[in-house]
Design a protein around this ligand. Structure first.
Ligand SMILES: [Fe+2]
Length: 560
């Protein structure tokens, strides 16, 4: 795809007050150097299935500093690109460390396909909201930047591939043989990530705006781990083993390792191998290590953790893996296994201004849909007998009844944690306990109905989806009617008929739904939690330079 020594990146990933990790994929084995603020930091590449990567840890920086940086591979300067080269001409890429006490300003969103940014791509997939934000940041000196961006899943689509991806697949293998147009192996994943992160503006954005990520289903496959029957069926195919192994191994490389803080990297068994090999003359090959890890965690989700938590000035962000840590056996189904629930329980604490819980799947779906999912789970477990159980499983897969509502055990456990935090029973109650999610191809705000008193929290759900993968127009109306009107009364009724226990609280829609491609930016302000959903608008046919427009502004204040 490229002859440049730098294949992909740099991406600035985990950042704290004094350090940052910078991720790159290189064409060849070599030593990668990052220079910033008069210092330099190095790391040798490691190899995975013929691809070369490095994560350079830059430390000893001043808190709240903004340092332009350069990247070299061996002795060749590879970043930033020359002013007149492709991708050149944008502002210098910087490492911005966290500033102590600065209130958090964070972008978030999910579901982004990688098609071209011209007229044809915009006609089929709408304008890329992330690229529109990048353009604003790169060209408007008055723009206020987020401190980081949190990608909440479906960063890449391994199942629904674009024509460009399919061209690559066809060059390698017969597309009429399984898995057809879907991804087969690590090599194809590497190409998929390259397509997602190579557009010059997005590449510039990721080189300068720190990012955190968590997968959802499409990073692996639609409905990933929706049920035991689903898992049994797919494991019988000829191609699944290679897919799940390459999906999780590439996830570790492209997404997960950059999420980790210094302490978490130190404790990570795979990273320990990377560090131990730093002084070796030859390049470390991590292929088998990562394939083994992927195989193991698919068999035993408790053997590794993809979730993580971050503390910013006065607020905490907990990002939960809602896909890989599931228990699927019908008699003990749970969205989170016991160890993951215990970990989350330890992180769900007060004594912060806001507690944010990132979960790719909305914790609070529109209530009607929630109860339809709960009913479906109960029927699938045999509440109405064996034959309905089979149809229940078919319906689950056909219409994606696979969110928290379809996993009542974990829903009730996490709901209880959220309530205890909000009641001030786990330290001083924050102003809000706020779930951040994506996945559903529309955006909205909902809130748990609960009495407000001084010293209690509001419990909020914020959803931002898609960044670029809109529902077809006719489906938007159907979704809105179904989710917000029809499902309401029916959902609760059918759930009762299958003896689904009531949720411990009711919740209602506060704002939305909106169906625009969008990226949300939230800000911890004195007057409350301010959230804007932003979208790109093409003017005068200028597809390449969309204007960043506001879809909606919402302030979650203390008054409720
Ligand atoms: Fe999803």
């Amino acid at each position: 795809m490229t002859t440049s020594p730098l294949v992909l990146g740099p991406l600035v990933r985990h950042v704290d007050e004094t350090s940052a990790s910078v991720w790159v994929e290189t064409r060849d084995a070599g030593r990668v150097t990052v220079r910033a603020d008069g210092g330099s930091w190095q790391a040798p590449t490691f190899r995975v299935h013929g691809h070369h990567y490095a994560l350079v840890v830059v430390d000893g920086l001043a808190p709240g500093s903004v340092s332009p940086y350069t990247v070299e591979v061996d002795d060749a300067r590879v970043w930033p690109p020359a002013e007149d080269a492709e991708g050149g001409g944008y502002p210098p890429s910087v490492i911005a460390t966290l500033k102590p006490g600065k209130p958090l300003r964070m972008a978030f969103g999910s579901c982004r396909t990688s098609v071209d940014h011209g007229e044809s791509g915009n006609a089929t997939h709408g304008v890329d909201a992330l690229r529109s934000l990048a353009l604003k940041m790169a060209t408007d000196e008055t723009a206020r930047w987020p401190d980081l961006v949190l990608f909440l899943g479906d960063q890449v689509y391994a199942d629904e591939t674009t024509e460009e991806m399919q061209r690559f697949i066809k060059e390698r293998r017969d597309i009429d043989e399984p898995p057809g147009k879907e991804l087969k192996d690590y090599e194809e994943y590497a190409h998929l990530y390259a397509l997602a992160w190579s557009d010059p503006l997005n590449r510039w954005l990721l080189s300068t705006l720190p990012s955190l990520m968590i997968f959802d289903d499409h990073d692996v496959r639609d409905d990933w781990n929706t049920s035991y029957a689903w898992q049994q069926d797919i494991r019988r195919t000829s191609w699944w083993h290679e897919r799940i192994v390459s999906g999780l191994a590439s996830y570790w490389v492209y997404q997960h390792v950059g999420n980790l803080s210094g302490d978490e990297r130190d404790a990570d068994p795979v990273w320990q191998r990377v560090v131990a090999a730093h002084e070796r003359p030859d390049e470390l090959d991590l292929s088998d290590v990562l394939d083994d890890l992927a195989e193991r965690v698919d068999e035993d989700p408790t053997s590794y953790r993809w979730s993580y938590a971050r503390d910013f000035a006065g607020v905490r962000l907990v990002v939960v893996d809602s896909r890989a840590a599931r228990v699927l056996e019908p008699d003990r189904r749970s969205l989170l296994d016991d160890e993951e629930l215990a970990w989350l329980d330890g992180k769900m604490r007060g004594d912060v201004k806001h507690l944010f819980v990132g979960t790719s799947l909305p914790f609070l779906l529109p209530a009607g849909l929630h109860y339809l999912e709960a009913w479906n789970e109960a029927v699938g477990n045999g509440a109405w007998g064996r034959r309905p159980a089979k149809y229940g499983e078919q319906l689950r897969r056909a219409v994606d009844l696979e969110h928290w509502g379809a996993f009542q055990h974990a829903f009730h456990a996490v709901a209880a944690m959220a309530q205890e935090v909000a009641d001030g029973r786990r330290g001083k109650a924050p102003k809000t306990v706020t779930f951040l999610s994506g996945d559903v191809h529309h955006s909205y705000v909902s809130e748990v109905d609960r009495p407000h008193w001084a010293g209690s929290s509001r419990i909020i759900q914020l959803v931002c989806s898609p960044i670029r993968n809109p529902l077809p127009r006719k489906m938007r109306f159907a979704t809105a009617v179904l989710a917000y009107a029809v499902a309401g009364p029916i959902g609760k009724l059918v759930a009762r008929s299958a003896k689904v226990p009531d949720a411990p609280f009711r919740w209602r829609n506060l704002a939305g739904p909106w169906f625009d491609n969008s990226i949300a930016v939230l800000e911890d302000r004195d007057d409350g939690l301010a959230v804007s959903w932003l979208t790109g608008v093409v003017e005068h046919g200028d597809n390449e330079h969309p204007r960043l427009d506001v879809v909606a502004d919402v302030v979650i204040d203390d008054a409720g």
